[in-house]
Design a protein around this ligand. Sequence first.
Ligand code: NAD
Length: 483
Amino acid sequence: MNQPTHPAYEDPCLYIDGEFVAAEGRRTQAIVNPATGQTIGHLPHATREDLDRALAAAERAFASWRHSSPMERSRVLRRVGELSRERAQAIGRGITLEMGKPLAEAVAEVVNCAEHCEWHAEECRRIYGRVVPPRLPNVRQMVLREPVGVCAAFTPWNFPYNQAIRKIAAAIGAGCPVIIKGPEDAPSAVLAIARMFRDAGLPKGVLNVVWGVPAEVSEHLIRSPIVRKISFTGSVAVGRHLASLAGAQMKRMTMELGGHSPVLVFADADIDRAADMLATFKFRNAGQVCVSPTRFFVQEPCWDRFMERFIAKTRQIKVGDGLAPDTTMGPLAHARRVEAMGQFVEDARSRGARIETGGERLTEAGCFFAPTVISHAHDASMAMTQEPFGPIAACAPFRDLDEVLKRANALAYGLSSYAFTTSTRTALAVQNGLEAGMVNINHFGQALAETPFGGIKDSGMGSEGGTETFDGYLVTKFVTQMD
Ligand code: NAD
């Protein structure tokens, strides 16, 4: 185990109508470093008045931001991209302190997101309408795309920077103000984003940041007639709840929810390469990734070879404080995730699976859980049916393509999926057969700025990124005119 450190931390605040607002008597909540268990700061909760001020500011801002030039929006987004690169080290450090991921991963999260800003800066200049050929010569028919209005965004703690910037860049690029409630346990990245937009010249009120009890804040914002669209990233259960609130108010929504991604390793694959790549990818961010590979189906002829190498690679992972330079996996973000991991392991064991490595909490202090490989996991076990959202790889053998597709598609999740094969025929069958919003074959190539990211089935609706990115933030207006 790497040793923890004790760095300085600046108390977070709210950001409403272009002003950073400190606690000043408001209710606060402690922010805890999961590597040490120590409180590092206090976060103010927004009062109802604060939320109403944010709503009013966003409504005022919409009146002018909706008519802003795409060139102006593009300039702001591009500048934020530049600032992300300049400020990545400091922002990354805040992320590591709050939710534990290794510093290199946190800094990479920020740097990579500069591309999201640049992509939205470019694409927002291409929000085109179209002209529809008329039936009469003196008629002109046009399809216009207009910003939907004030958006409320709710983002989680696992990628506190990435999840927030993707929603903010899409809303702002489309001409919509945003009120964002980021993760209360890891707030500094969202505030860093607010500072960058302010420094890039975004008019006040276009971006507002609030915190509080998640259910109270989201309900207040969603029920407000000012909010016209919501975007949420988080669990399926919370997504369903927010979708029902938004549905009752006839509001648009984008939902990026949980996954339980199958990995299909076929016997004709480059097995060593697959095992090495998967052991690294699986335990990134301690497995707290919605697209983390979680259900490993390994074809029988290559089971022994794959498992041996995958387990050996997993044992090499260096767990510790994310600020220590040689750490490759940090703590889990909260004590509740550690508890959940214990339940997954106990359930697997009770159903006859083997815990090949890990399977236990590592220290009393901090939220450390060992990278865990479960073999011969039963298809009905918790680890094979519920999203683990942690450092657990549940593995089971399979015989043939039809069988594995059926097992992979058996759950209501449909976010990401992975397959390793050298057969083009198998690759094609997998592309066509997997019920998932994203299919990765022989590599991990998703979540790029220029490609759509999103799930199907219970894993959500709508896409972030790609040319689809503004779809959720625009409404269609048909105009017909006769002279
Ligand atoms: P959780 O369900 O309590 O919270 C998940 C996220 O949703 C948090 O950021 C939380 O602040 C937010 N949230 C919860 N209730 C809300 C509400 N009523 N309104 C608005 N936001 C709300 O679970 P958790 O223990 O924090 O995280 C574990 C689970 O969350 C995992 O099982 C995983 O499915 C899910 N999760 C998914 C993602 C993702 O990228 N899709 C990210 C983080 C967490």
